[in-house]
Write a protein that binds this ligand. Sequence first.
Ligand SMILES: Cc1cc2nc3c(=O)[nH]c(=O)nc-3n(C[C@H](O)[C@H](O)[C@H](O)COP(=O)(O)OP(=O)(O)OC[C@H]3O[C@@H](n4cnc5c(N)ncnc54)[C@H](O)[C@@H]3O)c2cc1C
Length: 438
Amino acid sequence: MLYGRGMAWDFSTDPEYDAKLDWAREFVRTEIWPLETVADEMDQAALDRAYAPLQEEVRRQGLWACHLDPELGGQGFGQVKLGLLHEILGTSVYAPAAFGCAAPDSGNSEILAMAGTSEQKQRWLEPLLAGEVRSCFSMTEPNAGADPTLLRTRAVRDGDEWVIDGHKWFSSNASVADFLIVMAVTDPDARPHQRASMFIVPVDTPGVTIVRDVPTMGHPQETFGRYGGHAEIRYEGVRVPADALLGDAGAGFLIAQHRLVPGRIHHAMRWLGQARRAYDMLCERATYRYAFGSVLADKQSVQNWIADSAAEMQAARLMTLHAAWKMDTQGSSAARTDVALVKFYGAKILHDVIDRAIQIHGSLGYSSDLPLEEMYRHARAARIYDGPDEVHRQSVARQVLRGYEPPADEVPTEHVPTRRAAARERFAELLTTVTADD
Ligand SMILES: Cc1cc2nc3c(=O)[nH]c(=O)nc-3n(C[C@H](O)[C@H](O)[C@H](O)COP(=O)(O)OP(=O)(O)OC[C@H]3O[C@@H](n4cnc5c(N)ncnc54)[C@H](O)[C@@H]3O)c2cc1C
């Protein structure tokens, strides 16, 4: 992971795609950023109406769902090109939905494509990709999150049906979704990672109760039924037909893993754009705010913030695009550790850059007159969703440590006295000569 092989390195983007990125940059800034300031005054139906012409324009430009293969309604560009686009879309929480690559729909479409039967694809995937329905991924429970082997939601086979009972929360978009992909334990006696399965559950199935959209740092006031909410859900005697099972029984974790690797890197790609937007605000303020005899740009702490942020953002960007390249060339599983790295490192950089941008704006930065305070609240979640920092660090460390083993007799390989003794023996003749010449 840490050392690449002798491959050809090329950091250029093809000019045709560069032109598309230029278009997307301009489009997001002029058509989507203005939405941010009034979206709260619209209900979901009005917001959907605002989106419709934008989505049409994106389709015309050939950028709709650009990461998915053409047979799935996408452009087949792969993860690196998606990364470059997501960097632009990440500047605004409202942008990805206009481009057909918003979470959780994007990850859900990938698992439906991977594990769905042709009937499931026709019924759920096609309308999802066409932007006609919305989906939700319902896994986390109040008692089981970072360690999903602790899930308690059960699905029990009863004749031709499965009966689901459980309690979930933080099911993003459930209150606006048409269907839920629910992770439930089907075989409690199996090995931990083979106990759970995934089910496609239409949201209007009897027994599904969307209790509330949980108020969060991102949305401190509960407003039920809006895109981007995180719902608490009760599943009580929810009956679904046998063909609601997605993939094989017991394959829930395997499928989840396929969903989570792309899902995590897509977040990391968007964070690059969020961080860059905060950085631009940080730098702009430095140019004109005057205090204690100079503009802030002349203060060394401010220069440090600017330089450190530039270095950290560049590191996060290269790590993210490299992981994307690995996914494109070697597959998601090969890039798992690289993606874990960007999941926690990217989240930290995002947080730190926004934090510095708030600091340089003082009270204005803390106020809602700038988007920074909202960006900061959303950025805090990045360290938790799709697996908390600690779990990703743990998985990176475990993977790295597989390449190491204890030294003989527990003497460190680099122990200087031991190495010196060996070197003295090896170079004995020379050492004697030197001594003799002395
Ligand atoms: C904004 C947002 C959106 C979300 N969307 C969804 C969604 O759409 N669908 C869904 O199913 N879930 C969703 N989640 C839930 C998310 O995936 C979980 O919050 C996450 O997996 C952590 O689970 P938990 O909250 O139960 O924390 P816990 O499992 O209780 O963990 C709490 C803390 O324990 C510590 N910890 C855990 N494991 C370790 C370890 N191995 N080593 C050291 N420390 C550890 C960490 O500090 C961690 O933050 C969302 C969460 C947020 C915040």
